[in-house]
Design a protein around this ligand. Structure first.
Ligand code: A2P
Length: 341
Protein backbone atom coordinates (compact mmCIF):
# COMPACT_ATOMS: atom_id res chain seq x y z
CA UNK A 1 0.00 0.00 0.00
CA UNK A 2 1.20 3.56 -0.80
CA UNK A 3 1.85 6.21 1.77
CA UNK A 4 -1.09 7.67 3.70
CA UNK A 5 -1.22 11.37 4.57
CA UNK A 6 -2.47 13.44 7.47
CA UNK A 7 -4.77 16.00 5.87
CA UNK A 8 -6.41 19.13 7.29
CA UNK A 9 -9.34 20.98 5.71
CA UNK A 10 -9.49 24.62 6.85
CA UNK A 11 -13.00 26.08 6.45
CA UNK A 12 -14.50 22.60 6.66
CA UNK A 13 -17.97 23.90 7.56
CA UNK A 14 -18.20 26.17 4.50
CA UNK A 15 -19.66 25.47 1.04
CA UNK A 16 -16.26 24.72 -0.55
CA UNK A 17 -14.75 23.07 2.55
CA UNK A 18 -17.66 20.64 2.73
CA UNK A 19 -17.18 19.76 -0.94
CA UNK A 20 -13.46 19.25 -0.30
CA UNK A 21 -14.31 16.57 2.27
CA UNK A 22 -16.62 14.92 -0.27
CA UNK A 23 -13.93 15.08 -3.00
CA UNK A 24 -11.28 13.54 -0.71
CA UNK A 25 -13.71 10.68 -0.06
CA UNK A 26 -14.98 10.26 -3.65
CA UNK A 27 -11.47 10.28 -5.14
CA UNK A 28 -10.22 7.94 -2.42
CA UNK A 29 -7.38 10.26 -1.46
CA UNK A 30 -4.87 8.33 0.70
CA UNK A 31 -5.90 9.88 4.04
CA UNK A 32 -4.44 8.60 7.30
CA UNK A 33 -6.01 11.19 9.61
CA UNK A 34 -8.43 13.95 8.60
CA UNK A 35 -8.49 17.13 10.69
CA UNK A 36 -11.41 19.51 10.18
CA UNK A 37 -10.81 23.15 11.10
CA UNK A 38 -13.09 26.20 11.26
CA UNK A 39 -13.79 29.04 13.69
CA UNK A 40 -14.31 28.42 17.41
CA UNK A 41 -18.06 28.89 16.74
CA UNK A 42 -18.07 25.58 14.85
CA UNK A 43 -15.76 23.66 17.21
CA UNK A 44 -17.45 20.47 18.38
CA UNK A 45 -19.70 20.13 15.31
CA UNK A 46 -19.44 16.73 13.67
CA UNK A 47 -19.07 16.12 9.92
CA UNK A 48 -19.01 12.75 8.14
CA UNK A 49 -16.00 11.34 6.30
CA UNK A 50 -15.96 7.75 5.00
CA UNK A 51 -18.85 6.74 7.23
CA UNK A 52 -17.32 8.15 10.40
CA UNK A 53 -17.99 11.33 12.35
CA UNK A 54 -15.10 13.76 12.59
CA UNK A 55 -15.27 16.57 15.12
CA UNK A 56 -14.54 20.11 13.91
CA UNK A 57 -11.74 21.88 15.78
CA UNK A 58 -10.99 25.60 16.13
CA UNK A 59 -8.14 26.74 13.88
CA UNK A 60 -5.05 27.86 15.81
CA UNK A 61 -1.42 28.61 14.99
CA UNK A 62 -0.46 25.11 16.15
CA UNK A 63 -3.20 23.19 14.31
CA UNK A 64 -0.76 21.92 11.66
CA UNK A 65 1.74 19.97 13.76
CA UNK A 66 1.95 16.48 12.24
CA UNK A 67 -0.25 17.46 9.25
CA UNK A 68 1.21 16.73 5.77
CA UNK A 69 -1.25 18.63 3.54
CA UNK A 70 -3.57 21.50 4.52
CA UNK A 71 -6.34 22.42 2.09
CA UNK A 72 -7.62 25.91 2.89
CA UNK A 73 -10.92 27.56 1.96
CA UNK A 74 -11.68 29.99 4.75
CA UNK A 75 -11.12 33.34 3.04
CA UNK A 76 -8.04 35.40 2.19
CA UNK A 77 -7.38 36.82 5.65
CA UNK A 78 -7.36 33.34 7.25
CA UNK A 79 -4.97 32.01 4.58
CA UNK A 80 -2.73 35.04 4.82
CA UNK A 81 -2.37 34.55 8.56
CA UNK A 82 -2.33 30.76 8.96
CA UNK A 83 -0.67 29.36 5.81
CA UNK A 84 2.79 30.47 7.03
CA UNK A 85 2.21 28.69 10.38
CA UNK A 86 1.27 25.54 8.49
CA UNK A 87 4.32 25.79 6.20
CA UNK A 88 6.60 26.34 9.20
CA UNK A 89 5.37 23.04 10.64
CA UNK A 90 6.11 21.21 7.37
CA UNK A 91 2.50 21.09 6.17
CA UNK A 92 2.14 21.88 2.45
CA UNK A 93 -0.75 24.28 1.92
CA UNK A 94 -3.15 24.12 -1.04
CA UNK A 95 -4.95 27.44 -0.74
CA UNK A 96 -8.25 28.27 -2.40
CA UNK A 97 -8.24 31.97 -1.48
CA UNK A 98 -6.79 34.86 -3.50
CA UNK A 99 -4.19 35.62 -0.79
CA UNK A 100 -1.17 33.92 -2.40
CA UNK A 101 -2.12 33.47 -6.05
CA UNK A 102 -0.01 36.24 -7.55
CA UNK A 103 3.00 35.73 -5.25
CA UNK A 104 5.90 34.93 -7.62
CA UNK A 105 7.14 32.25 -5.19
CA UNK A 106 3.76 30.47 -5.11
CA UNK A 107 2.64 28.27 -8.01
CA UNK A 108 -0.89 28.74 -9.34
CA UNK A 109 -2.02 25.38 -10.65
CA UNK A 110 -4.73 23.82 -12.81
CA UNK A 111 -3.71 20.15 -13.10
CA UNK A 112 -4.94 19.78 -16.71
CA UNK A 113 -2.95 22.85 -17.76
CA UNK A 114 0.28 23.36 -15.76
CA UNK A 115 0.85 20.38 -13.43
CA UNK A 116 4.63 20.94 -13.69
CA UNK A 117 4.22 24.17 -11.68
CA UNK A 118 3.45 22.13 -8.53
CA UNK A 119 7.22 21.58 -8.15
CA UNK A 120 7.57 25.21 -7.10
CA UNK A 121 5.65 24.44 -3.87
CA UNK A 122 9.03 23.96 -2.23
CA UNK A 123 9.76 27.73 -2.28
CA UNK A 124 7.16 28.68 0.33
CA UNK A 125 5.31 25.47 1.12
CA UNK A 126 2.19 26.97 -0.47
CA UNK A 127 0.33 26.20 -3.73
CA UNK A 128 -2.53 28.43 -4.84
CA UNK A 129 -5.79 27.21 -6.33
CA UNK A 130 -6.95 29.71 -8.96
CA UNK A 131 -10.18 31.68 -9.06
CA UNK A 132 -13.18 29.55 -10.09
CA UNK A 133 -14.00 31.49 -13.28
CA UNK A 134 -10.35 31.36 -14.33
CA UNK A 135 -10.01 27.60 -13.81
CA UNK A 136 -12.82 26.62 -16.17
CA UNK A 137 -11.72 29.15 -18.79
CA UNK A 138 -8.10 27.95 -18.91
CA UNK A 139 -9.10 24.26 -18.95
CA UNK A 140 -10.94 25.01 -22.22
CA UNK A 141 -8.51 27.56 -23.68
CA UNK A 142 -5.11 25.97 -22.92
CA UNK A 143 -5.35 23.43 -25.79
CA UNK A 144 -6.22 26.26 -28.22
CA UNK A 145 -3.36 28.41 -26.88
CA UNK A 146 -0.90 25.55 -27.32
CA UNK A 147 -2.04 24.84 -30.86
CA UNK A 148 -2.44 28.29 -32.45
CA UNK A 149 -1.56 30.87 -29.75
CA UNK A 150 -4.12 33.16 -28.15
CA UNK A 151 -3.69 36.87 -28.76
CA UNK A 152 -6.74 38.28 -26.97
CA UNK A 153 -9.63 37.08 -24.79
CA UNK A 154 -12.91 38.91 -24.14
CA UNK A 155 -14.92 37.14 -21.43
CA UNK A 156 -18.28 37.81 -19.76
CA UNK A 157 -19.29 35.58 -16.86
CA UNK A 158 -22.62 34.46 -15.41
CA UNK A 159 -21.60 33.34 -11.92
CA UNK A 160 -23.54 31.28 -9.37
CA UNK A 161 -24.15 32.58 -5.85
CA UNK A 162 -22.43 29.55 -4.26
CA UNK A 163 -19.12 31.25 -5.13
CA UNK A 164 -19.87 33.72 -2.34
CA UNK A 165 -20.39 30.90 0.18
CA UNK A 166 -23.18 29.29 2.12
CA UNK A 167 -24.75 32.57 3.24
CA UNK A 168 -25.29 33.62 -0.40
CA UNK A 169 -26.96 30.30 -1.23
CA UNK A 170 -29.35 31.02 1.65
CA UNK A 171 -29.86 34.59 0.43
CA UNK A 172 -30.96 33.55 -3.08
CA UNK A 173 -33.27 30.89 -1.61
CA UNK A 174 -34.82 33.23 0.97
CA UNK A 175 -35.25 36.17 -1.41
CA UNK A 176 -36.85 33.95 -4.08
CA UNK A 177 -39.23 32.48 -1.51
CA UNK A 178 -40.09 35.93 -0.14
CA UNK A 179 -40.84 37.41 -3.58
CA UNK A 180 -43.00 34.45 -4.63
CA UNK A 181 -44.96 34.98 -1.40
CA UNK A 182 -45.37 38.74 -2.01
CA UNK A 183 -43.07 39.56 0.93
CA UNK A 184 -40.24 42.10 1.05
CA UNK A 185 -36.92 40.25 0.37
CA UNK A 186 -34.11 40.89 2.85
CA UNK A 187 -30.60 41.85 1.68
CA UNK A 188 -27.65 40.64 3.75
CA UNK A 189 -24.90 39.49 1.42
CA UNK A 190 -25.02 41.53 -1.80
CA UNK A 191 -25.58 45.31 -2.09
CA UNK A 192 -28.69 44.65 -4.22
CA UNK A 193 -31.30 41.93 -4.53
CA UNK A 194 -29.92 38.86 -6.35
CA UNK A 195 -33.22 37.00 -6.84
CA UNK A 196 -34.60 37.67 -10.36
CA UNK A 197 -31.68 40.04 -10.99
CA UNK A 198 -28.09 40.23 -12.37
CA UNK A 199 -25.31 42.13 -10.60
CA UNK A 200 -22.32 43.26 -12.73
CA UNK A 201 -20.27 43.34 -9.54
CA UNK A 202 -18.18 40.50 -8.09
CA UNK A 203 -15.68 41.25 -5.33
CA UNK A 204 -14.68 44.90 -4.76
CA UNK A 205 -14.28 47.69 -7.31
CA UNK A 206 -10.72 48.83 -8.07
CA UNK A 207 -9.40 52.25 -9.14
CA UNK A 208 -9.33 51.20 -12.82
CA UNK A 209 -13.12 50.67 -12.87
CA UNK A 210 -12.84 46.88 -12.98
CA UNK A 211 -13.75 44.58 -10.11
CA UNK A 212 -11.14 42.49 -8.32
CA UNK A 213 -12.79 39.34 -9.77
CA UNK A 214 -12.30 40.74 -13.31
CA UNK A 215 -8.63 41.49 -12.67
CA UNK A 216 -8.16 38.01 -11.13
CA UNK A 217 -9.27 36.55 -14.47
CA UNK A 218 -6.77 38.76 -16.33
CA UNK A 219 -3.74 38.18 -14.10
CA UNK A 220 -4.31 34.54 -13.15
CA UNK A 221 -4.94 33.44 -16.76
CA UNK A 222 -1.59 34.92 -17.82
CA UNK A 223 0.21 33.27 -14.90
CA UNK A 224 -1.31 29.81 -15.52
CA UNK A 225 -0.80 29.93 -19.31
CA UNK A 226 2.70 31.34 -18.68
CA UNK A 227 2.18 34.07 -21.25
CA UNK A 228 2.00 37.74 -20.25
CA UNK A 229 1.44 38.82 -23.85
CA UNK A 230 -2.22 37.67 -23.94
CA UNK A 231 -4.64 40.61 -23.92
CA UNK A 232 -7.60 39.86 -21.63
CA UNK A 233 -10.66 41.87 -20.67
CA UNK A 234 -13.42 40.58 -18.39
CA UNK A 235 -16.90 41.52 -17.19
CA UNK A 236 -17.98 39.35 -14.26
CA UNK A 237 -21.67 39.11 -13.37
CA UNK A 238 -23.47 37.42 -10.48
CA UNK A 239 -26.70 35.73 -11.61
CA UNK A 240 -29.50 34.00 -9.66
CA UNK A 241 -28.13 30.47 -10.17
CA UNK A 242 -27.11 28.26 -7.23
CA UNK A 243 -24.33 26.15 -8.77
CA UNK A 244 -22.07 26.39 -11.88
CA UNK A 245 -20.57 29.40 -13.59
CA UNK A 246 -21.24 30.03 -17.30
CA UNK A 247 -18.96 32.11 -19.51
CA UNK A 248 -19.23 33.70 -22.94
CA UNK A 249 -15.67 33.73 -24.26
CA UNK A 250 -14.42 35.43 -27.42
CA UNK A 251 -10.90 34.48 -28.46
CA UNK A 252 -8.63 35.96 -31.11
CA UNK A 253 -5.90 33.53 -32.09
CA UNK A 254 -2.46 34.19 -33.58
CA UNK A 255 -2.91 31.58 -36.32
CA UNK A 256 -6.13 30.48 -38.04
CA UNK A 257 -8.25 27.69 -36.55
CA UNK A 258 -11.73 26.59 -37.62
CA UNK A 259 -14.62 25.81 -35.25
CA UNK A 260 -14.36 22.16 -36.39
CA UNK A 261 -10.68 22.08 -35.42
CA UNK A 262 -11.46 23.64 -32.03
CA UNK A 263 -14.19 21.03 -31.48
CA UNK A 264 -11.78 18.17 -32.36
CA UNK A 265 -9.06 19.64 -30.13
CA UNK A 266 -11.38 20.01 -27.14
CA UNK A 267 -12.89 16.55 -27.63
CA UNK A 268 -9.45 15.17 -26.79
CA UNK A 269 -8.60 17.69 -24.06
CA UNK A 270 -8.33 16.47 -20.45
CA UNK A 271 -11.24 17.49 -18.24
CA UNK A 272 -13.33 18.86 -21.13
CA UNK A 273 -16.67 17.64 -22.49
CA UNK A 274 -17.83 19.16 -25.76
CA UNK A 275 -21.62 19.64 -25.75
CA UNK A 276 -22.26 21.34 -29.05
CA UNK A 277 -25.12 20.34 -31.32
CA UNK A 278 -27.47 23.27 -32.00
CA UNK A 279 -29.71 21.03 -34.16
CA UNK A 280 -30.60 19.14 -30.97
CA UNK A 281 -30.62 22.23 -28.70
CA UNK A 282 -27.47 20.80 -27.13
CA UNK A 283 -25.20 23.28 -25.37
CA UNK A 284 -23.64 23.46 -21.90
CA UNK A 285 -25.97 24.54 -19.10
CA UNK A 286 -25.41 25.24 -15.41
CA UNK A 287 -28.00 22.65 -14.39
CA UNK A 288 -26.15 19.90 -16.28
CA UNK A 289 -22.65 20.85 -15.08
CA UNK A 290 -23.67 21.03 -11.40
CA UNK A 291 -22.26 18.09 -9.46
CA UNK A 292 -19.75 17.25 -12.23
CA UNK A 293 -15.97 17.73 -12.36
CA UNK A 294 -15.61 18.39 -16.09
CA UNK A 295 -15.68 21.70 -17.94
CA UNK A 296 -18.40 21.76 -20.62
CA UNK A 297 -17.84 23.67 -23.88
CA UNK A 298 -20.31 24.44 -26.65
CA UNK A 299 -21.64 27.14 -29.03
CA UNK A 300 -18.25 26.90 -30.77
CA UNK A 301 -18.41 29.20 -33.79
CA UNK A 302 -16.34 31.62 -35.82
CA UNK A 303 -16.40 35.29 -34.87
CA UNK A 304 -17.04 36.66 -38.33
CA UNK A 305 -16.13 40.22 -37.29
CA UNK A 306 -12.36 39.48 -37.10
CA UNK A 307 -9.98 37.26 -39.09
CA UNK A 308 -8.98 34.73 -36.38
CA UNK A 309 -11.92 34.83 -33.99
CA UNK A 310 -13.70 32.02 -32.15
CA UNK A 311 -16.66 32.22 -29.75
CA UNK A 312 -17.27 29.62 -27.04
CA UNK A 313 -19.70 29.03 -24.15
CA UNK A 314 -17.92 27.43 -21.17
CA UNK A 315 -19.72 26.01 -18.11
CA UNK A 316 -18.43 24.25 -15.00
CA UNK A 317 -19.42 23.59 -11.37
CA UNK A 318 -17.70 26.42 -9.48
CA UNK A 319 -17.64 24.57 -6.17
CA UNK A 320 -16.24 21.35 -7.66
CA UNK A 321 -13.79 22.00 -10.57
CA UNK A 322 -13.74 25.71 -9.71
CA UNK A 323 -12.60 25.03 -6.15
CA UNK A 324 -12.71 21.70 -4.28
CA UNK A 325 -11.91 19.22 -7.08
CA UNK A 326 -9.05 21.34 -8.43
CA UNK A 327 -7.56 21.64 -4.91
CA UNK A 328 -7.80 17.88 -4.30
CA UNK A 329 -6.28 17.19 -7.76
CA UNK A 330 -3.33 19.40 -6.75
CA UNK A 331 -3.04 17.46 -3.48
CA UNK A 332 -3.00 14.23 -5.55
CA UNK A 333 -0.05 15.47 -7.62
CA UNK A 334 1.75 16.44 -4.42
CA UNK A 335 1.06 13.06 -2.84
CA UNK A 336 2.04 11.03 -5.90
CA UNK A 337 5.04 12.99 -7.17
CA UNK A 338 6.52 14.97 -4.31
CA UNK A 339 5.56 13.73 -0.84
CA UNK A 340 5.20 10.06 -1.65
CA UNK A 341 8.44 8.60 -0.31
P1 A2P B 1 -17.32 28.84 10.44
O1 A2P B 1 -18.38 27.98 9.79
O2 A2P B 1 -16.92 28.34 11.78
O3 A2P B 1 -17.63 30.31 10.39
P2 A2P B 1 -18.30 29.97 3.40
O4 A2P B 1 -17.34 30.45 2.34
O5 A2P B 1 -19.25 28.94 2.90
O6 A2P B 1 -18.97 31.11 4.10
O7 A2P B 1 -17.37 29.24 4.51
C1 A2P B 1 -16.27 29.85 5.13
C2 A2P B 1 -15.52 28.79 5.96
O8 A2P B 1 -14.34 29.40 6.50
C3 A2P B 1 -16.31 28.28 7.15
O9 A2P B 1 -15.94 26.95 7.39
C4 A2P B 1 -15.82 29.19 8.28
O10 A2P B 1 -15.96 28.62 9.57
C5 A2P B 1 -14.35 29.27 7.91
N1 A2P B 1 -13.69 30.45 8.50
C6 A2P B 1 -13.93 31.75 8.25
N2 A2P B 1 -13.09 32.53 8.98
C7 A2P B 1 -12.29 31.71 9.69
C8 A2P B 1 -11.23 31.90 10.63
N3 A2P B 1 -10.82 33.12 10.98
N4 A2P B 1 -10.65 30.80 11.19
C9 A2P B 1 -11.06 29.56 10.82
N5 A2P B 1 -12.06 29.31 9.94
C10 A2P B 1 -12.66 30.37 9.38
Amino acid sequence: MGKLFNVAVVGATGAVGNQMITCLEERNFPVNNLKLLATSRSAGRKLRFKGEEVQVEALTETSFKGVDIGIFSAGGATSQKYAPFAAKDGCVVVDNSAAWRMDPDVPLVVPEVNPHAVAKYADKGIIANPNCSTIQMVVALAPIHRKVGIKRIVVSTYQAVSGTGKKAIDELYNQTKAILNFLEPEKRVYPHRIAFNCLPHIDVFLDNGYTKEEMKMVNETRKILEDDSIGITATTVRVPVFFSHSESVNVETRHPITPEEVRALLENAPGVIVADDPSKNLYPMAIDAAGRDETFVGRIRADESVSNGINLWIVSDNIRKGAATNAVQIAEILAQNYLGS
